[in-house]
Design a protein around this ligand. Structure first.
Ligand SMILES: NC(=O)C1=CN([C@@H]2O[C@H](COP(=O)(O)OP(=O)(O)OC[C@H]3O[C@@H](n4cnc5c(N)ncnc54)[C@H](O)[C@@H]3O)[C@@H](O)[C@H]2O)C=CC1
Ligand SMILES: O=C([O-])CC(=O)C(=O)O
Length: 339
């Protein structure tokens, strides 16, 4: 038999957990951009998001006014491009998604964005470390292989680094890998889930087709791997100077955010590929690595190992690790010399 006190405390625990559920604030930094706008739209349509805070150096209040008319329950706030606007956007956020920064033009690599985006991400990471130290931080801004380590170094310097709550968003690579195999095999892409590991640029993107039971050979395999590794370039080329993937990225970012919210709200077996502080290749000096990660209320719950792969995939992985290490070190060194 429950005593009145036990019954009360159980009821208040329930009320607390449901109120925790009722306050899933998601903040988008870079919300007025090519990714930021459709991402914010998709987040407004997600009933798990109760408060949506939009920040950008331009237009965030306008985007918020527009999206705020959509007849879903969540509150949308567009913040002014001031330090206090940024602080208010971040305060109490459960998830901070960062697509702020410049996109590629044809002929550029993601690493060519480093000079501009490294300092943008560094400064936003400083604000996040100060005003949302416990939030899950989702980095979309490229080059992800370097901007994630930059964010980690800033959080470390501020004494608030939690490796379980920092994620490089590599979901688009898996979305593409699944879509491209479905086009080759005439299957429903919704039923495809190709594992992609490594990082998020060119040779660091390693699709593990064999783990889904597929065995393409020769040129077919080479073409498939190339398309997954350089899918971003296809879009950059087609947009012809007007930017890179925005709509598919918005979908991928919204999917990852939804997965984190589901996991935070107690759903089990939520697994997404993501670029995190990972033990898998630390012995080779590679501190961050994307693999399938089980998400939970504390962020990263379990990092899955790469598992069984073919000799061809091992060759891709070896090449990936060489580039990845350089990209990661570049981010770490940047914060050392430009704190
Ligand atoms: N992780 C991934 O898979 C992908 C990453 N990306 C990357 O996402 C980034 C954004 O791409 P787009 O949205 O197409 O670019 P965009 O130029 O359309 O939008 C970027 C937005 O960031 C804002 N911004 C710039 N500095 C800011 C600051 N200090 N604070 C707040 N906002 C700031 C700009 O005002 C702009 O609205 C690029 O770096 C791109 O390479 C793009 C596609 C996929
Ligand atoms: O290709 C780019 O620059 C944008 C990006 O990261 C992607 O589409 O995967």
């Amino acid at each position: 038999m429950f005593t009145a006190r036990q019954a009360f405390s159980q009821a208040s625990r329930r009320a607390f957990s449901s109120s925790a559920r009722q306050s899933s604030k998601v903040t988008v930094l870079g919300a007025a951009g090519g990714i930021g706008q459709p991402l914010s739209l998709l987040l407004k349509l997600n009933p798990r998001v109760t408060k949506l805070s939009l920040y950008d150096i331009r237009l965030a209040p306008g985007v918020a006014a527009d999206i705020g008319h959509i007849n879903t329950k969540s509150e949308v706030i567009g913040h002014e491009a001031t330090p206090s606007g940024l602080a208010a956007a971040l305060k109490d956020a459960e998830i901070v998604v960062i697509p702020a920064g410049v996109p590629r033009k044809p002929g550029m690599t993601r690493d060519d964005l480093f000079n501009t985006n490294a300092s943008i991400v560094r400064d936003l990471a400083k604000a996040a470390a100060e005003h949302a130290p416990d939030a899950n931080i989702l980095i979309i801004s490229n080059p992800v292989n370097s901007t994630v380590p930059i964010t980690a170094e800033i959080f470390k310097a501020k004494g608030v680094y939690n490796p379980k709550r920092l994620f490089g968003v590599t979901t688009l690579d898996v979305v593409r890998a699944s879509r491209f195999i479905s086009q080759l095999k005439n299957t429903d892409p919704a039923n495809e889930n190709i594992t992609v590991v490594g990082g998020h640029s060119g040779a660091t993107i390693v699709p593990l087709l064999s783990q889904s039971g597929y065995s393409l050979e020769g040129e077919k395999l080479a073409n498939y791997v190339y398309r997954v590794q350089f899918g971003g370039d296809e879009v950059v080329k087609a947009k012809d100077g007007a930017g890179s993937a925005t709509l598919s990225m918005a979908m991928a970012g919204a999917r990852f955010t939804e997965s984190l919210l589901k996991a935070a709200q107690g759903q089990k077996n939520v697994i997404e590929p993501t670029f995190v502080d990972s033990p898998l290749y630390k012995d080779q000096g590679v501190e961050y690595f994307a693999s399938n990660v089980e998400l939970g209320p504390n962020g990263v719950e379990k990092i899955h190992p790469v598992g069984k792969i073919t000799d061809h995939e091992q060759g891709l992985l070896d090449a990936c690790l060489v580039d990845l290490k350089k990209n990661i070190n570049k981010g770490v060194d940047f914060v050392k010399s430009n704190p």
